[in-house]
Design a protein around this ligand. Structure first.
Ligand code: PHB
Length: 389
């Protein structure tokens, strides 16, 4: 009797653990932490949309593994990010954490990635320092230094002498400002005013009012994805679009997600960035058409960061033959190269950061819609913001 009981218990326990083991073996779980609510919600929506689209197109199984995405909304608040990352790692036993709509969120998760040896795929945030915070971080978004150095050089070479700057007062805004200034000033330009606005609910009015009087040649603007529409609305309301003061910057302010609703005030804005929905490649045309069909809106650069992030996971799993431990996945991701809707990209094997083309673009009307039309390309740009070792 006792013997029977023991053996039944042993069998039950081993059946249980075998099925738990099989489950752990067969499913690769990605904890996707993005802002789906609050001021940065458009970032999370774009990333989530792109990942769903990728899995519809490519299936949810790769190298014999089912890829399951668990979506969590952190509202871009780093305390939430940290708690959610911890829960995903400890309770859900995710193999990968991904997303990170803002820099403070990406940084908050970094120690957990290191401790748990779980890859952290940064699909949105853009401060240079991020990838240096954990050997388990890989980035598929961009850095502000990549685009701001290039627009700084371009402005100085193209007749812009005096610039006023307006940047969000947090890490990526500070990177944008620093790298723009270095390049613009080295090219002979002058900064006539520097204004920083809070990340949450910024008021652009006092800055724009002063611009009307001081009349620089251009305003250099960095606001994160989601805020460009509001900036351009206030810019147009004050008639600045008719004042001859150009809008320049990294491309975040002209996010495709919002651009077409900005109205003609956006015409002529020149920005440097990684992605335009008008990028003239066959792959991008297909991507834009599929995204529009699914979501009735254009993809922006955040959508592309999500698309490439999930692609990176799929390709890494193919390379490891389905092995999903952090060290195997990170090793597989280093040096990976592929064609993205944005153009050719790769993961720098030394820094785990993205290497990509940066395009200079001008807002124009194409078939009645506003687009960032690319007119110059800088090939395979590495992050200029990495600390020299
Ligand atoms: C960031 O917080 O790193 C960030 C967010 C949105 C952007 C750029 C940078 O458009």
């Amino acid at each position: 009797m006792l013997r029977n009981f023991i053996s039944a218990t042993v069998t039950a326990v081993s059946v249980l653990s075998i099925s738990a083991f099989a489950q752990a073996q067969e499913t690769v779980k990605i904890g996707l932490i993005v802002p789906m609510t609050g001021g940065q919600a458009s970032t999370g929506q774009q990333i989530n949309n792109a990942i769903k689209l990728y899995q519809q197109k490519n299936g949810d199984t790769v190298a014999g593994k089912k890829v399951e995405v668990i979506l969590k909304d952190d509202a871009a608040l780093p305390d939430n990010t940290k708690r959610l990352a911890q829960e995903l790692i400890v309770n859900d036993k995710v193999n990968i954490i991904a997303g990170f709509g803002v820099t403070p969120a990406a940084l908050a998760a970094a120690p957990l990635a290191t401790q748990a040896k779980v890859p952290e795929i940064v699909m949105a945030a853009g401060t240079s320092i991020i990838t240096e915070r954990s050997p388990y971080i890989v980035r598929t978004s961009f850095t502000l230094a990549q685009s701001s150095t290039i627009i700084g050089d371009w402005a100085a070479k193209n007749g812009i002498k005096k610039v006023a700057t307006l940047t969000s007062d947090y890490a990526p805004g500070n990177d944008a400002l620093q790298f723009f200034k270095e390049h613009f000033i080295a090219g002979g330009g002058e900064i006539v005013e520097e204004v920083k606005v809070p990340l949450a609910n910024p008021d652009f009015a006092p800055f724009l009012q002063r611009m009307k009087d001081s009349k620089p040649d251009a305003v250099f603007v960095f606001v994160p994805a989601g805020q460009g529409g509001n900036f351009m609305k206030q810019y147009a309301e004050r008639g600045l679009d008719k004042s001859g003061i150009k809008v320049i910057g990294p491309g975040d302010v002209m996010d495709d997600d919002l651009l077409n609703n900005m109205g003609d005030a956006a015409l002529g804005a020149v920005t440097a960035h990684l992605y335009s929905a008008a990028h003239p490649s066959a792959m991008n045309k297909e991507f834009v058409a599929a995204y529009k069909k699914a979501y009735n809106t254009r993809p922006g650069f955040m959508a592309v960061g999500g698309w490439d992030g999930i692609h990176l996971v799929y390709e890494a799993l193919k390379k490891t033959g389905g092995k999903a431990d952090g060290d195997s996945l990170i090793a597989a991701m280093k040096g990976m190269k592929w064609e993205s809707p944005r153009g050719p990209i790769s993961i720098d094997p030394d820094t785990r950061d993205i290497v990509q083309n940066i395009y200079i673009r001008k807002v124009e009307k194409v078939d009645g819609e506003l687009y960032n039309v690319e007119f110059a390309t800088f090939d395979a740009v590495k992050d200029p913001g990495k600390t020299k070792k």
